[in-house]
Structure formats: structure tokens, C-alpha cells
Design a protein around this ligand. Structure first.
Ligand code: GLN
Length: 201
């Protein structure tokens, strides 16, 4: 079987890290900036970075509307951090003109962990990911404040110095998102999970 062709939206953010992780998992990878680069993809990754910038550049490059249409049409997608924000149907603490692509029936709070601790690392148990907890890096990360009925929660953390558990990993059908960045830790299990979704779809 040919390896699936997976896109990485390459407007801003840690594109290279996702390309390396997907390649290490055996996928064929294409960076995506223009509408025609969406053609023939079996899935797409939205990287960590700055969601407001990626949103603006997606509109400028004309890739926003075709990407939204592809997501509505069932293109498997994985978003880390800013990518999670871009996949969320609703964003809290966004900028006034901020838009998302949508696809996940969740509400995220942007920079949610930021006010307490800025950035932190912790081990997180992930349901459906074998081999023990994942080391997760949170960089001005969002958390998920609401999930719709079709959304599976597969990871949550209690931020340092607090007692409330926050949702940091979700999946709805073939769309998944994490608040943290598996692409920077060299732990390929989450990218493999995404490729399983892509191959099963
Ligand atoms: N705070 C960023 C945003 O709003 C996300 C940070 C990240 O991707 N590490 O998009």
C-alpha cells in the first residue's frame, strides 16, 4: 500500500517539526500554502504557532475557504495548540476579528494556561495511546472548555498550582486536536494515532 499523502499547513508555526514527525511515521508529506496543494490529500495537520496569524495568512493566500470546505467534506485533520484553536468551532479570548476553520464541536480558551504559568511540561495519560504517559509541552496553550456530544476526550491535565483538570486532547470522527506539541518531543505516538485515523477513513 502506498503511504498516505498528508499535508501540513505551512503558513506559520512549527511546520518543520510536523513534517519530520509525519515522515518518521512513514507518511508522504506536502506543505500546503495554496488551494491547489489541498488536492489529493488524505489528511492535513495544522501546526502550533499563532492562530491569529495563521488565520490571517490563510485568508490572504486564499486557502481558507477551500480548506474549510475540505474539512466539512470529511478531510481528516490534526491540530496541535494553535492548530487546535483553528479547528475549534468556538474560541474564547480570541482577537475581535479572529476566525477559525472549525470542524470540532468544542469551545477552546486561547492562552488559557498562560496567565498562571505561561509554559510548562508534564506527563499526560492519553486514552487510546499505548506505552505509558506522553511527555507534553504546553506553550501558551489553549484548553478545551466545552465539548459537544460527538466529541471524545482522550487527555486532560491539572495545571501546576491548580486543582482543576483541563481537557487537552479531543477527537470528533476523523478530526483530532491536542493543546500540546508532540511534534517537539520526538514521541511519535500521536502522529501515528492520526495516521491510523487517516488510513481508517
Ligand atoms: N497562543 C497561541 C495562539 O493563540 C498558540 C500557541 C502555540 O501554538 N504554541 O495561537
Amino acid at each position: 500500500m502506498t503511504a498516505p499523502l498528508v499535508g501540513v499547513l505551512a503558513l506559520q508555526g512549527d511546520v518543520r517539526e510536523h513534517v519530520l514527525a509525519l515522515t518518521a511515521c512513514g507518511a508522504r508529506v506536502r506543505t500546503v500554502r495554496r488551494p491547489e496543494e489541498l488536492d489529493g490529500l488524505a489528511g492535513i495537520v495544522l501546526p502550533g504557532g499563532e492562530s491569529t496569524t495563521i488565520d490571517k495568512l490563510a485568508r490572504i493566500f486564499g486557502v481558507r475557504d477551500p480548506l474549510v470546505a475540505a474539512l466539512r467534506g470529511g478531510l481528516p485533520a490534526y491540530g496541535s495548540c494553535a492548530g487546535m484553536i483553528l479547528l475549534a468551532d468556538t474560541v474564547l479570548d480570541g482577537t475581535p476579528d479572529q476566525q477559525t476553520f472549525g470542524g470540532l464541536d468544542i469551545t477552546v480558551r486561547r492562552n488559557a494556561f498562560g496567565r498562571q504559568v505561561e509554559s510548562f511540561e508534564t506527563d499526560v495519560d492519553l486514552e487510546g495511546v499505548d506505552g505509558g504517559p506522553a511527555h507534553a509541552v504546553f506553550i501558551r496553550a489553549p484548553w478545551v472548555e466545552r465539548v459537544g456530544p460527538g466529541v471524545e476526550v482522550w487527555g486532560a491535565v491539572t495545571p501546576p498550582g491548580t486543582t482543576t483538570s483541563r481537557i487537552v486532547a479531543v477527537r470528533q470522527g476523523v478530526v483530532m486536536a491536542t493543546s500540546f506539541h508532540p511534534e517537539v518531543t520526538g514521541d511519535l505516538r500521536i502522529h501515528r494515532r492520526f495516521l491510523d485515523l487517516v488510513e481508517g477513513s
